[in-house]
Design a protein around this ligand. Sequence first.
Ligand SMILES: C[C@H](CCC(=O)NCC(=O)O)[C@H]1CC[C@H]2[C@@H]3[C@H](O)C[C@@H]4C[C@H](O)CC[C@]4(C)[C@H]3CC[C@]12C
Length: 325
Amino acid sequence: MCTSIIYTAGDSYFGRNLDLEISFGEEVVVTPRDYEFKFRKMKSLSHHYAITGMATVQDGYPLYFDGANEEGLGMAGLNFDGPCHYFPEDSEKDNVTPFEFIPYVLGQCKNVSEAKEMIKNLNLVNINFSEKFPLSPLHWLIADKSGDSIVVESTKKGLNVYDNPVGVLTNNPEFPQQLNNLSNYQSVSPAQPTNTIAPGAKLELYSRGLGTHMLPGGMDSESRFVKETFTKMHAPKGKDELENITNYFHLLHAVEQQKGLDEVAPNTFEYTIYSDGVDLTTGTFYYTTYENNQINAVKLDQSKLDSSELLTYPLQTKQTIHYQA
Ligand SMILES: C[C@H](CCC(=O)NCC(=O)O)[C@H]1CC[C@H]2[C@@H]3[C@H](O)C[C@@H]4C[C@H](O)CC[C@]4(C)[C@H]3CC[C@]12C
């Protein structure tokens, strides 16, 4: 499972947790402006916005899991197995395969409203990258530096685009149902509750944090959606980048999956392989991994963006302990 968020505190920070039991050899990949993006059914893009994100490079092509462009538009693909449906080619539409969707949008759009416009005539066509990398069923969170976000889901009904008032996405069910489910948790609060269950009876506030007593804590996608929405909506805004990015990782780690808790096959466990976040104003890309919870960063280097060669940065997965004696 996965969780993706947009958190605005001065700048906006966008990224996700990738929860899975296997790694695809992902690394931080910067696609500079003149790398030629070839598409299966659309015209190539020989010049486009530069993109930074987490990807696995296969046959020289960056298969992005999530990322952001130099204009401050971010996009993440999350598992959506079940409702997800991709379509055959449609000659009336712009046919983009799901593995091309991130480069197609981030290469050409500056913000959410441009992305919405571009998606209007889009068909997510069911063409695999290769035999080894067939399509995976995904839905996407797209967000920009103003803090706006939308969710894109391709189901049997067609391509659905939803405004996202909470800036959070996890997995199933379909987004309108996830939002609807929040109604059940409207009373969850950072404040201590007042007694409305038995007015007149003396009920002790035996603990701090009783306003969060009903907050779900499961690994499942509905629980994570509720918990992350509550956590993010009440997050403080820091005074500088260091404080904000520290807060940001606390938000994602609040729904981190620890090893051993989510068994997906006998003795095989899904866990949070990495968490990442881009500052959508500066383009700095931050990440932590399960093994290394120190925050690592790749700064956007303007002097390297007018090129056609991918830049790759292997993940730093070794924990560094700061010994004081
Ligand atoms: C499965 C994960 C999503 C994490 C998740 O929700 N997992 C578990 C679950 O809920 O079942 C998705 C997110 C991005 C996806 C990858 C990216 O879309 C890039 C690439 C696209 C190819 O079509 C398939 C392989 C490949 C490399 C995808 C494999 C599946 C990934 C890694």
